[in-house]
Ligand binder design. Structure first.
Ligand SMILES: Cc1ncc(COP(=O)(O)O)c(C=O)c1O
Length: 384
């Protein structure tokens, strides 16, 4: 028994047409997410504005994110993107205390890197942990060499969007904390694929969004803030939804929420929140244990099929070292993606590698279709 409900694939009409292995880019749309959005649109047709319901939907999403991450709702801020959350966090970084350095990595998603690089305009020093010669590891010694008494923040991804490599954040978090620095974990490529417990991780901030493995839609991001009430950082990027009482309409005073809500901004993406809530409910309903087990079976299946054909797998095979993505080296990855799409096999590419990213709704039949399609283009796949 896989733990995946029988009939789940029928919830995702796309799967009847395509071998959809591209959840690292965008999750497949379920019938229940579609009907949540339709419900919202219907309310607009019939009632016009229902801010009472819609602000409630914001809280529903916050609560479900808290359940997903194992924290209190008040430590979750909901945004429109990871970028919005991180920009708010960046605006809150303290200027005193002698810490001026932000440590980034070679595996960062560009938006994360860009937001921290822009901090150099505020007099901050940005240093980067580069990958080793293999290109798929960020050695702990390199963090050790860069994290010191000047470090304010260490920003790391949990799973790299390019190659599927999964970091072990625990020793990095321990090292940063021992040296007085805080850690931001970009978990976008991991949330919805594996159990995540922010308290067990001990991480200070964790960001993600709802459009990929959380199967919602674009336009809903979030940030967990550890012990948000106790954290003295106050953002200068904000807005009325970041106030203690959003109904106060008091333009004469700034009264930021004491909780993680102070990192929010203006009117939320109401339509997107409906999709996000329904997607989160589906993910939580199936459970992260069953979902991660199904993904592990599929990633192992990809590795085995790649190895039978002597294809070059970029992603490490060890389950603890990869996320829900296996990257395969290609000679002309963009062309290969197009050839596969012509056969209704949907994957994506980065850095000359094919990114194959299964989710709980995929099964072995999708892998068979992928590898049949790959077998039709032997010239585009280097062998070991
Ligand atoms: C690791 C990671 N971080 C961030 C993002 C996107 O951030 P934003 O929500 O700001 O578009 C992505 C999207 O692909 C991602 O994979």
């Amino acid at each position: 028994m896989s733990g995946i409900p029988a009939g789940l694939r029928g919830e995702f009409p796309l799967l009847a047409r395509k071998a959809y292995l591209n959840s690292c880019s965008y999750g497949a749309l379920s019938r229940s997410v579609k009907s949540a959005v339709e419900g919202y649109l219907e309310t607009r047709l019939t009632d016009g504005a229902r801010w009472d319901l819609w602000v409630g939907e914001l809280e529903n999403v916050r609560g479900r994110l808290a359940a997903l991450l194992g924290c209190a709702s008040e430590d979750v801020s909901v945004s429109t993107s990871v970028s919005e959350s991180l920009n708010s966090l960046a605006s809150a970084l303290p200027r005193d205390g002698g810490r001026d350095t932000i440590v980034v990595t070679d595996f960062d998603f560009p938006t994360t890197a860009h937001i921290w690089l822009a901090q150099s305009a505020c007099g901050r020093r940005i240093v980067r942990v580069d990958a080793d010669d293999s290109g798929i590891a960020l050695p702990l010694e390199r963090f050790d060499a860069l994290i010191d008494e000047r470090t304010l923040l260490v920003s790391i991804p949990l799973v790299c969007y390019r190659n599927g490599v999964r970091l072990d954040p625990a020793p990095i978090i321990q090292m940063a904390h021992a040296r007085g620095a805080r850690v931001v974990l970009d978990a976008y490529q991991a949330v919805g694929t594996m159990p995540i417990d922010v308290h067990a991780l001990g991480v200070d901030f964790l960001v993600g969004g709802c459009l990929k493995y959380l199967i919602g839609t674009a336009g809903v991001g979030f940030m967990y803030v550890r012990a948000s009430r106790a954290l003295p950082w106050r953002p200068t990027a904000g807005g009325w939804f970041a106030q203690q009482d959003i109904g106060a309409m008091d333009h004469r005073h700034l009264r930021q929420a004491a909780t993680a809500r102070r990192f929010e901004a203006g009117t939320p993406n109401v339509c997107g929140l409906h999709a996000a809530r329904a997607g989160l409910e589906q993910i939580l309903g199936v459970g992260l244990g069953a979902i991660s087990a199904q993904i592990s079976t599929l990633t192992a299946g990809i590795a085995a099929r790649a190895s039978e054909r002597a294809l070059q797998l970029v992603t490490p095979e060890l389950p603890s070292q990869h996320g829900a993505m296996m990257a395969i080296r290609a000679h002309d990855a963009p062309a290969l993606v197009e050839h596969l799409a012509a056969r209704d096999v949907i994957v994506s590419e980065r850095d000359g590698n094919l990114r194959v990213s299964p989710h709980f709704y995929n099964d072995e039949s999708d892998l068979d279709r992928l590898f049949e399609a790959l077998d039709a283009h032997p010239g585009l796949l280097p062998r070991v």
